[in-house]
Design a protein around this ligand. Structure first.
Ligand code: UD1
Length: 384
């Protein structure tokens, strides 16, 4: 654990798992040239789940890596809390910024809050209504204790208001993951073109599959049913399947249709570029529902619910559940050309991170004297 550079910092930004990296990258960037401390909890640690994302996104190395790794939910959350408490005590930040809904998000939010450090939650207010999802528990608990709640759409704000969150804590800023998408799309399409050339895939003539939700992959019956539907789809179109480590352990070499091309988890650029030129995407991810909506690519989400309903209401996403017949029916409709044109949600315009930074810099210092002393020492200006 690298914790020897213990200077105080006004802002600590936390990232822990794969979907977090795209969300924090534009925030760290928008803070420049001011100093923020980027903390990686180490929830995801394989090069393909972490390091390669930093390289693709041109992100600075995290200043602190807590190196917590995998474990049960309690183990992982607890390890992050213990390690992050030391970071907060040493760095004495005014703000801790957490993103998304992974275990690291909740762990760092609770830890900071109990030390009297203010917490800003990016991507607040999303609700699937399904408390059996670990992410739903993480989202609700994080929102309940966050001082500032940055939302990606108006529906998320309404969810928070319904839960009694005061208006002045809610800021509708847009989607930082889409900031990253917009910044990297051209490059990602070029990178993916090389992958396609090597693997003989034609633009618009393949589907992309991702699958990693415990509710889908931890049940052998459900996983087999989904893969049965995918096999039937692969009769019509090649299916590229970057396999998450959790899923790889469950598939365990199970016989897949020959049209299903399994590959290792892909880093950000090749994956985004591959999705951008796909005929359709099959997924149980959260973020991919949003990315496909912005890219205008049909997306079939193999879940019973979504915390991102806007992608179904106005985007290109359809919730298909996990019934193989429904999955196949909707996939066939897309392959037969029955495709819904979507609309890009408001403020998913590439400027969400700038709005977040503007709000954060406008907050009063926690303790005037303390912040002032640090400003004088040139650590961080309080305002732009
Ligand atoms: C986590 C998030 C989920 C997010 C997903 C994206 C929580 C509760 N879940 O789920 O919201 O959509 O990340 O990937 O935080 N593993 C590796 N290498 C790694 C990381 C994980 O092999 O770098 C394996 C380990 O066997 C581990 C398993 O994957 O036990 C699951 O990892 P974990 O971080 O617990 O949850 P995810 O399923 O990745």
């Amino acid at each position: 654990m690298d914790m020897d550079k213990g200077e105080p910092a006004r802002i600590v930004v936390v990232a822990g798992a794969r979907p977090n990296f795209m969300k924090v990258a534009p925030i760290v960037e928008a803070f420049r040239p001011r100093r923020v401390v980027l903390v990686h909890t180490g929830q995801h640690y394989d090069a393909k789940m972490s390091e390669e994302f930093f390289a693709d996104l041109g992100m600075p190395e995290p200043e602190v890596n807590l190196g917590v790794g995998s474990g049960t939910h309690a183990e992982q959350t607890a390890k992050v809390m213990v390690a992050f408490e030391r970071v907060c005590v040493e760095r004495r930040p005014d703000w801790v910024v957490v993103v998304g809904d992974v275990n690291s998000t909740l762990a760092c939010a609770i830890t900071a809050k109990k030390l009297g450090v203010r917490v800003a939650h990016v991507e607040a207010g999303l609700r699937s209504g399904d408390m059996s999802m670990p992410e739903e528990v993480n989202r609700r608990c994080t929102d309940a204790i966050s001082d500032l709640l940055f939302t990606t759409d108006e529906g998320a704000g309404e969810n928070l208001r319904r839960e009694g969150v005061a208006e002045e804590r809610i800021h509708f800023v847009g989607n930082t993951m889409i900031d990253t998408l917009r910044r990297n799309l051209d490059r990602s399409v070029a990178v993916a073109a090389r992958f396609r050339a090597e693997t003989g895939l034609e633009e618009g003539e393949y589907a992309v599959l991702t699958l990693h939700r415990p509710s889908n992959v931890d049940s052998p019956g459900r996983l087999a049913a989904i893969m049965g539907a995918v096999g039937a789809i692969a009769e019509r179109i090649p299916v590229v399947f970057p396999v998450h480590p959790r899923t790889a352990a469950r598939l365990n070499g199970a016989g897949l249709h020959r049209g299903v091309r399994t590959v290792e988890p892909m880093s950000y650029l090749p994956f985004l570029g591959l999705v951008a030129r796909a005929r359709m995407v099959l997924t149980d991810s959260g973020g991919i529902q949003e990315e496909t909506t912005v890219l205008g690519i049909p997306c079939l989400t193999m879940r019973a619910n979504t915390e991102r309903p806007i992608t179904c209401e106005i985007g290109t996403n359809v919730l298909v559940g996990t019934d193989p017949e429904r999955i196949l029916g909707e996939a066939n409709a897309i392959l037969d050309g029955r495709v819904r044109a979507g609309v890009i949600p408001e403020r998913w315009d590439g400027h969400a991170a700038e709005r977040i930074v503007e709000v954060l810099l406008d907050q009063p210092g926690r303790d005037k004297e303390f912040s002032g002393a640090r400003e004088a020492a040139g650590v961080l200006p309080c305002r732009v």
